[in-house]
Design a protein around this ligand. Structure first.
Ligand code: PLP
Length: 401
């Protein structure tokens, strides 16, 4: 599998890096890199408005990419798929159009989880400030799970939105998103599910999840940076106002009045990231060929080995321990050892991990720590990678204590 990823091609005199920073971004397979080159060499033209052949080819490839994303998420229709630059843009879009539409007002409540990424907290805080709504935060149980009892107690007729991740990017634990959306629906709240840490690791079916909105980022699923999608239920997107104004999102413009395009173009003002969106679809096809159940099993095995090996190291605290909700990453905290020092020593041993608060400062505050060292796996990682990472961690900790 690594041979499909040019990043791992050995350079003369250099040993191969053990790349365990996949939750931040993944490496790209050759088919994705070739698709990017093919786009610019063969079909580069602006989409939707051109009469010429190349523009038609680009438009067909772009809309085929949308169909691919739609099928990948098991969406009801490709009209529900809006291309974005990633999770952050998707969540901001939803928060802002909900404010614009008046669907969230003074006194209303937005519910988020303690382990959310900043991109699934700050846009909601901004919305709350703008309209006078209140942010409610679901706490974690002592074993760092989403506190379902506290959550259901928090829900009321004032709850307008519930926004949670499928998997926490700092803890690596999966939330009971299906139950969360079901409970939200009972009080008439909208749900936004952040799939950033899910789509590369498990099969996602947005209809089974039962959410109103779903976001993911292309670069975390072997695609290019600056790509991603927001799925929104069709009738909801139809009823909400547009966000950015410009070309493509209009039907007719006069100085007196503008009417808007049909879905999904109403939300795609300006020239889209044509190359990026087409190549994102190539990345999703790569994942489909590898098979998500196979990827899931492979990564689960590696993560089990990581958790077991890290727990054997003296003084190492694995956040979430051997929780059955564990997904494809593991965060550790070592009292008296700064995560940055550990990450730096691991880097010197050619092991790439991520250290810090992982854009989850409120979670770190709740845990009473400043950060963690995070090991995250992807389809190309091997047992040898895990073995090298564990033995390097042991050596680094010996040096630091
Ligand atoms: N949500 C989660 C759970 C994440 O892990 C990340 C990125 O790490 C994001 C959202 C933001 O993704 P992006 O920066 O690609 O918009």
């Amino acid at each position: 599998m690594k041979t499909d990823f040019p990043f791992f091609d050995p350079l003369p005199g250099e040993s191969e890096v053990v790349y365990l920073d996949n939750a931040a971004t993944t490496q790209k397979p050759r088919c994705v890199l070739e698709a990017l080159q093919n786009y610019y060499c063969r079909i580069n033209a602006n989409v939707h408005r051109g009469a010429h052949r190349t523009s038609r080819l680009a438009t067909e490839a772009h809309e085929a990419a949308r169909r691919c994303v739609s099928q990948f998420l098991h969406a009801a229709s490709e009209r529900e798929i809006l291309f974005t630059s990633g999770c952050t843009e998707g969540i901001n879009l939803v928060a802002q159009v909900l404010a614009l539409s008046g669907r969230v007002r003074e006194g209303d409540e937005i519910v988020v989880s303690t382990d959310a990424h900043h991109s699934n907290i700050v846009p909601w805080q901004m919305l709350c400030e703008r309209v006078g709504a209140k942010l409610r935060v679901v706490p974690l149980t002592p074993d760092l799970s989403f506190d379902m009892t506290a959550y259901t107690d928090m829900l009321s007729s004032r709850t307008r939105v519930v926004a949670v991740p499928v998997v926490s990017n700092a803890l690596g634990l999966r939330l009971p998103v299906e139950e969360i959306t079901r409970a939200a629906k009972e009080v008439g709240a909208l749900t936004l599910i952040d799939g950033a840490q899910a789509v590369a690791h498990e099969m996602v079916d947005v209809q089974t999840l039962g959410c109103d909105f779903f976001v993911f980022s292309g670069h975390k699923v072997y695609g290019p940076t600056g790509t991603g999608a927001l799925l929104g239920k069709e009738e909801l997107l139809e009823s909400l106002p547009p966000w950015k104004g410009g070309g493509e999102m209009i039907n007719q413009v006069t100085f007196a009045r503008t009417t808007y395009n049909k879905l999904p173009f109403k939300y795609e003002a300006g020239t889209p990231n044509i190359a990026g969106n087409i190549v994102l679809a190539e990345a999703l096809r790569f994942v489909q060929r590898a098979g998500l159940p196979t990827i899931h099993e492979h990564e689960k095995k590696l993560v089990r080995q990581l958790v077991a090996g890290l727990r054997e190291l003296p003084g190492v605290h694995v956040l979430g321990g051997d929780s059955p909700q564990r997904s494809s990453l593991v965060s550790i905290h070592v009292p008296q050892v700064h995560h940055y020092d550990l990450g730096t020593l691991l880097d010197q041993m050619n092991i790439a991990v991520r250290t810090g608060h992982h854009c989850c400062q409120p979670l770190m505050q709740a845990l009473g720590i400043t950060g963690t060292t995070r090991y995250s796996v992807a389809v190309y990682n091997t047992e040898e990678d895990i073995h090298r990472a564990l033995s390097a961690t042991r050596r680094a900790l010996d040096m630091l204590r």
